[in-house]
Design a protein around this ligand. Structure first.
Ligand code: GLY
Length: 329
């Protein structure tokens, strides 16, 4: 298996051993979970490197995991070059950029927004749903009304270059059911999970979803238990990939429940992927990946197909880790 991994040294060069490197010789399917001491943040894809840096600014100063994951994914939401998250995201087939996000802390508090238009940071709105309402989830016009009442930043979407792409797509492609390319060239969703210096866990997940989806479609990312699940008794997990498949197996909840049974993070992520594989006869384009940490600082990730990577940041520095996978494309 091709494994690209790099470590960029942070301030604490001597602590490099805190980042456990998967061994190149490990066979596909063999369980590996790294372990880290102290604060830790993990997020999906290589856009997770910049997001982790945002989270690390909170964690390294003794801040909470909840603040860290919110700040971290805001970096990705604000990245105008990112086509699957936030302001730079691609629209649905009717030309609307509709955003999904959720946030959860280890004590089971959670908030979520879906089918939200025109807000720069859906993760802020999700957190406000959690902290300022009696509800867990707001969607569509109701979510937008709440966000505007709360004074959250708005943004015009799609941005011009994305609109241009969309207009080209409209002319060339009318196939509603074409599965998307979800791989390392076309990053999908930022899912982030973190543990702070006090051992508290939290996670956040945010996306513009499947490019050119049906108007009204919502994926896994804002669904607590599908795109994200956190339980301080056990650990945290988040997902990326084809949301419909992840929802069908309550993917992130599945990973956490497997860890509750004593299964290591990578093996738990693998079993969630295998469950998706078993339940789908046609795996064409069906990429899904999970990352997980347990309450002891063990971490891991796994994907159905090759190409999924995840970013790690701890006291030792940062790493981009190619997840193990079940099959090549
Ligand atoms: N995983 C993101 C989505 O399917 O919307």
């Amino acid at each position: 298996m091709k494994r690209r991994q790099f470590i960029r040294f942070g301030a604490i060069l001597g602590a490099l051993s805190l980042v456990d490197k998967p061994k190149a010789s490990q066979a596909i399917g063999q369980s590996f979970s790294g372990k880290t001491d102290g604060p830790l943040v993990l997020s999906t894809w290589n856009h997770g490197l910049a997001a982790n840096e945002g989270a690390w600014q909170v964690l390294s100063k003794g801040g909470t995991a909840l603040d860290a994951v919110e700040k971290g994914v805001m970096v990705t939401e604000a990245d105008l070059t990112n086509r699957s998250v936030g302001v730079g995201g691609r629209p649905d087939r009717d030309g609307h950029v509709t955003l999904d996000a959720c946030i959860m802390s280890g004590d089971s508090r959670c908030g979520s927004v879906a089918f939200l238009e025109g807000l720069a940071h859906p993760i802020n709105v999700a957190r406000a749903v959690m902290e300022r309402t009696q509800h867990v989830m707001l969607v569509g016009a109701g979510a937008k009304k709440f966000a505007l009442e709360q004074g959250f930043e708005t943004a015009k979407m799609p941005i011009p270059e994305v609109k241009k792409d969309y207009e080209k797509w409209r002319k060339e492609n009318k196939d509603l059911f074409k599965k998307p390319e979800i791989n390392h060239e076309n990053h999908d969703t930022i899912g982030m999970i973190a543990m702070d210096a006090n051992g508290q866990l939290a996670g956040a997940c945010t996306t513009s979803g499947w490019a050119y989806k049906m108007h009204g479609r919502v994926g896994d990312s804002p669904i607590i238990g599908a795109g994200l699940f956190v339980d301080e008794e056990v650990g945290a997990a988040t997902a990326t990939g084809l949301g419909e498949a992840i929802v069908r197996v309550a993917g992130s909840h599945t990973v956490v429940e497997l860890m509750r049974q004593g299964i290591a993070p990578e093996a738990a992520c693998k079993e969630a992927c295998m469950r998706i594989i078993r339940k789908n006869k046609d795996l064409t384009g069906l990429q899904c990946g999970f990352i997980a940490i347990d309450k002891n600082g063990n971490y891991g990730g796994y994907s159905i197909f090759a190409g999924f990577n995840y970013a790690l940041r701890n006291n030792a520095g940062e790493a981009l880790i190619d997840a193990k996978f079940d099959r090549n494309w």
